[in-house]
Design a protein around this ligand. Structure first.
Ligand code: SF4
Ligand code: SF4
Length: 313
């Protein structure tokens, strides 16, 4: 743990994230951004180098990961295909679901989805979600002796990368501009608020999305484009209220990083995870994931029953 606590910079991650701020502002580039563009870059290197000491995790995070990270971008076709926003939306959703995505939704681009200092010209963002296998995740927190949960996270990041790169190329082949945004490293696009707007889930107390089918058992990637599309709506199925009565993740989080009450963050009162408390444990355990797997919504078969109870089926 000292390896990570000693590497924490003088500025708190919570300050960079805008904890306690009541005025809205764009999110600052942070931990997963290129190290030279943010305050916690050295810490990122130490955390990721440590993860790579596990041969199993390193294999799946390498550029030659099993299954690959997806195709390189193709050239945009010269002539744009004709169609309506409705037909293009149906086309890209069915393509995504046939090509490794488990969830897909569309949002109109908003300044709220762009990190400070960046611009994105495309008017649409397509969010892709890929599920994670519960059996592997339930072995969280990962360790060098049993890295199963970390390997599963890495594998699904690769699948999410392939899904968004294939979708982006499909749009390019139809004569529209498109750009794939794979994870886990971040760039201009702030995927979490975009995924909420696109109907992929609600923000849970543990700081991750909760989807009505998969709970928090999924990873995101995205494609931005100028192909005319129709936006989905946020899917509000009662998580906010549910989280206010549940403390499973709060009690399970080893470093007590999950606050029980909402907090002000850049002008919005919302659930927030204390970065400075989370990251040393996250680093030491090759990515932790305890809160994700503890959330009752993530357990296979439970989400449907909870939706029933909330009258949301
Ligand atoms: S990832 Fe682990 S340390 Fe971080 S908030 Fe979740 S349970 Fe806590
Ligand atoms: S464990 Fe409970 S409080 Fe935490 S995110 Fe899941 S539903 Fe919300």
């Amino acid at each position: 743990m000292a390896l990570f606590t000693d590497a924490m910079p003088a500025v708190s991650g919570n300050t960079v994230n805008g904890l306690g701020e009541k005025t809205p502002r764009p999110a600052s580039p942070f931990f997963w951004h290129p190290p030279e563009k943010q305050t916690h870059g050295e810490l990122q290197k130490i955390v990721t180098d440590y993860q790579h000491r596990s041969p199993e995790v390193s294999t799946h995070f390498s550029p030659n990961a099993p299954g690959g990270r997806g195709p390189k971008p193709i050239f945009q076709a010269e002539h744009a295909a004709t169609g309506t926003a409705q037909s293009f939306t149906a086309l890209i959703k069915s393509f995504a679901l046939d090509n490794e995505a488990d969830l897909v939704g569309v949002a109109r681009m908003s300044p709220e989805f762009v990190y400070d200092g960046y611009t994105i010209e495309h008017p649409w963002v397509i969010l892709v979600g890929v599920s994670m296998e519960y059996e592997a995740l339930s072995q969280a927190p990962p360790s060098f002796d049993n890295p199963a949960a970390a390997v599963e996270v890495a594998k699904e990041y690769n699948r999410a990368s392939r899904a968004c790169r294939k979708l982006s190329n499909h749009i390019l082949s139809k004569g529209y501009s498109a750009k794939a945004w794979p994870g886990p490293y971040a760039s201009a696009l702030n995927m979490l608020p975009a995924a909420i707007a696109a109907g992929l889930g609600e923000l849970g107390k543990h700081g991750s999305l909760i989807n009505r089918k998969l709970g928090s058992r999924f990873r995101l990637s995205a494609v931005t484009t100028d192909m005319p599309l129709l936006a989905d709506s946020p899917d509000n199925f009662g998580i906010d209220d549910y989280c206010s009565r549940c403390q499973a993740c709060t009690n399970a989080c080893p470093p007590a990083a999950i606050a029980n009450d909402k907090q002000w963050v850049r002008g919005i009162e919302k659930w927030y995870v204390d970065f400075d408390k989370c990251i040393p444990y996250f680093g030491e355990t090759l990515g932790c994931a305890v809160c994700i797997v503890t959330c009752p919504w993530s357990r296979p078969g439970v989400a449907d029953k909870l939706l029933d109870k909330l009258g949301q089926t």
